[in-house]
Design a protein around this ligand. Structure first.
Ligand code: PLP
Length: 368
């Protein structure tokens, strides 16, 4: 099902997963629709809706609680524009992806609020730290579920308890976790969650999902909007503003149709396999990777306990981006970030794949 694997080992799900025939066929179906019918708006919108329904099934929410945008950066910016932040505080972590920090800083040029950064300790954050950075004036706490740098995983349910205890909303960036582990927004008590399709969700870039729980979304008046976020877009009324129900109000213009075709196919595949099954297998690969890296004497940037990490394992190497290229020449797709090489497997990988990749990586290190 993953034709790209015939001549290489793809271990880059923290960046881009291998592409399945299911997704490739969906992209072709959109091409065929353009060629054969020219314009099939009803079908295209059905695909967008179906992607949304599949995503809401995956995270256990109602489809009306999910908006479709183009990137996680878009999602955080739209959300921040909808909040009254002046005089308040926002809590961020030093492990957030840069686009989260940058969007908050850009917002600070418009509204006057304070930012508190929860520091990391060797790229992990002890849960007790949060109490020092969230207080009763905190309106929003932004956390990554899993760190893009080293796969460190946070206890979201506990973070929801801590932030809610101070009256803060919890925003979860799930781009490095969605598709690799179970996420239940209701059970975890998450207020806002964002993710895209390119990483463990087995899709392509160009589409992202913004979950805002209904009770909250209904109170928000976003200012980054579009006609697809209106109650009756096809009334074509430019003199009135009527937000659509719940999180639909965060939709902007014409949705990214080809990306929705791909997303719908990838999400169907994930839901069909079952996220629990995927999580169990990836935990097995994670344990295997930790054991082997220890045995082989690698210097690690990831936590050494499976329960503290997602499937990504980060190994400290010199000249990481150069090593990424050299690994590709040997047929291994791995991903460099700063001073690490990330090994990020998915369901199509075997222990043998990981062993072979680590052996190749060790070769570069021995050569210096
Ligand atoms: C955790 C996390 N958040 C956000 C992003 C950026 O997402 P986008 O490019 O869709 O804005 C990434 C990209 O690598 C990421 O890993």
């Amino acid at each position: 099902m993953f034709p790209g694997l015939s001549n290489k080992v793809v271990l880059s799900s923290c960046s881009q997963s291998a592409i399945s025939t299911t997704v490739l066929n969906a992209i072709d179906a959109y091409k065929d629709s353009l060629l054969q019918y020219g314009m099939e708006w009803n079908l295209w919108m059905e695909k967008v809706e179906s992607a949304k329904v599949n995503f809401s099934k995956l995270i256990n929410c109602e489809p009306e609680e999910v908006a479709i945008l183009s990137s996680v950066s878009d999602c955080i910016s739209s959300l921040l524009h909808s909040l009254k932040l002046s005089g308040k505080e926002i809590c961020l972590t030093e492990l957030d992806f840069p686009c989260i920090g940058q969007a908050v800083l850009a917002q600070q040029t418009k509204q006057n609020f304070k930012i508190n950064y929860v520091p990391h300790q060797q790229y992990t954050i002890p849960i007790e730290s949060y109490d020092d950075y969230i207080n009763s004036n905190t309106i929003l706490t932004c956390v990554p579920h899993v760190s893009y740098y080293n796969g460190f995983k946070q206890d979201i349910k506990e973070l929801a308890r801590i932030s809610h205890q101070y009256g803060s909303l919890l925003f979860v960036d799930a781009y490095q976790s969605a598709g690799s582990m179970k996420i239940d927004v209701k059970e975890m008590n998450i207020d806002i969650l964002v993710t895209g399709m390119q990483k463990y969700l087995l899709g392509i870039p160009g589409i992202s999902f913004l979950y805002v729980k209904k009770e909250l979304a209904d109170q928000l008046a976003p200012s980054t909007i579009g006609w697809f976020g209106q109650e009756k877009p096809f009334d074509f009324n430019l003199k009135e503003l009527h937000y659509a129900q719940a999180t639909q109000r965060f939709n902007t213009g014409t949705p990214p149709v080809i990306n929705a075709y791909a997303a719908d196919a990838a999400l169907s595949l994930i839901n069909q396999i079952g996220i629990e099954k995927i999580e169990a297998y990836l935990n097995e690969l994670s344990a295997f990777t930790l054991d082997l890296t220890k045995e082989m004497g690698f210097e690690m940037a990831s936590p050494q306990v499976v329960s503290m990490k997602g499937p990504t394992t980060a190994i400290l190497v010199e000249n990481a981006s150069q090593v990424e290229k050299q690994m590709l020449n040997l047929g291994f797709v791995v991903s460099a970030r700063k001073d690490v090489i990330r090994i990020a497997p998915h369901i199509y990988n075997t222990k043998e794949d990981i062993k072979n990749a680590l052996t190749a990586l060790k070769g570069f290190q021995t050569q210096g």
